[in-house]
Design a protein around this ligand. Structure first.
Ligand code: ADP
Ligand code: MG
Length: 325
């Protein structure tokens, strides 16, 4: 199904506010609201190209579209993946190795049983949790043929929006657009700089505030900013709130000292993988990971409201709101 580009002017997203001199269009895709801002007067065909790029990613990775490569792999437990999807899975596996499974592309069987993104989320039994294989080392790759165990499912949801943002940037460059703001449900790519040469000013959401409330604004040029937080999707049962980022070690939602993890860097795919990883790892190990990667920086918000910046944080910023603990 081809999604129609919708004008959703009533939806106010962080950095989704229309920038002067830019046109904005939004669509619902990748399980979220995607907002694209391009210089005013840009040929409408470019928006079509962007939509095509998003649809392609959805068509490759979606777990709910039967025809997607990932859906086929999960159903048949074997599939020949395209070079792009294979490279993404391999990048996910690499991050899993680096984070000792805090990020896990093989976490799908667990995400399925918690069903947090659906209308019927639930707390699975210990037996169910133990029955799921989430060990990414059990993924077999031979050329483009990928084979997984019968009790494993691949879930690239924690890296997919970043991958889509990188694809959109490539599409825009191919169309000669080098200044644009892409926001895929909070997964941002501030492409180039603003027309006129100013940097983009991007707000990061206060994890304890409501949608649209930033606690900090950061000036960047040609960088992606991706945030993971427990507020994104969750449900409450018997007074306990369960969120959508899971820890394969416990089988439960990750319990670290963080409320949110924001990563800034050139690859939106890696920023996306890192934001999920750091959220699971917590402030100490998460900071160590980001600081080991050249070109990447982070802003972490701890549960007690403390804000932490990676060493030598290189971007001008302004704190605009106190974060409560
Ligand atoms: P969001 O999708 O809200 O931006 P993330 O990028 O952190 O947040 O991705 C969360 C999604 O990734 C979950 O909805 C689930 O599909 C999947 N996921 C959950 N826990 C993990 C994990 N530890 N490693 C990899 N993927 C995960
Ligand atoms: Mg992520």
């Amino acid at each position: 199904m081809r999604l129609t580009m919708l004008f959703l002017s009533s939806i106010l997203l962080l950095s989704g506010c229309r920038q002067q001199g830019y046109d904005r269009q939004s669509l619902i895709a990748l399980g979220t609201v995607c907002t694209i801002q391009l210089p005013a007067g840009t040929n409408p065909k470019v928006y079509d190209q962007v939509q095509k790029a998003i649809d392609t990613v959805d068509g490759e990775l979606s777990r709910t579209k039967d025809s997607s490569q990932i859906a086929i792999l999960n159903k048949e437990k074997q599939a020949v993946l395209s070079d792009d999807v294979l490279a993404l899975l391999e990048e996910g596996i690499e991050v899993a190795e680096k984070t000792d499974g805090a990020f896990d592309p093989a976490i799908g069987a667990l995400t399925d049983m918690w069903a947090i993104a659906t209308d019927h989320p639930r707390v699975p039994s210990e037996e169910e949790i133990r029955g799921a294989d989430t060990n990414w080392r059990h993924i077999r790759i031979a050329g483009n043929l990928v084979t997984i165990p019968s009790n494993m499912e691949i879930d690239l949801g924690a890296i997919g929006k970043g991958y889509a943002a990188d694809r959109i940037k490539k599409t825009l460059w191919e169309n000669g657009i080098t200044s644009a703001l892409v926001n895929l449900g909070g997964n941002i790519y501030a492409i180039g700089e603003k027309q006129g040469g100013d940097p983009w000013v991007i707000g990061l959401r206060d994890p304890n505030g409501s949608e649209g409330q930033a606690f900090i604004t950061i000036q960047v040029r040609d960088l992606s900013l991706v945030t993971s937080g427990a507020y994104e999707r969750n449900f409450t049962q018997d007074g306990v709130t369960y969120h959508h980022i899971l820890d394969r070690k416990s089988g439960y939602p990750a319990e670290s000292d963080l409320s949110s993890a924001s990563i800034i860097g050139p690859s939106s795919t890696l920023c996306d993988a890192l934001s999920t990883s750091v959220f699971v790892l917590g402030s100490e190990k998460g900071m160590e990971l980001v600081e080991s990667l050249s070109g990447y920086a982070c802003v972490l918000v701890k549960k007690d409201g403390t804000i932490l910046f990676s060493h030598g944080f290189p971007y001008p910023y302004q704190l605009v709101k106190h974060v409560s603990g």
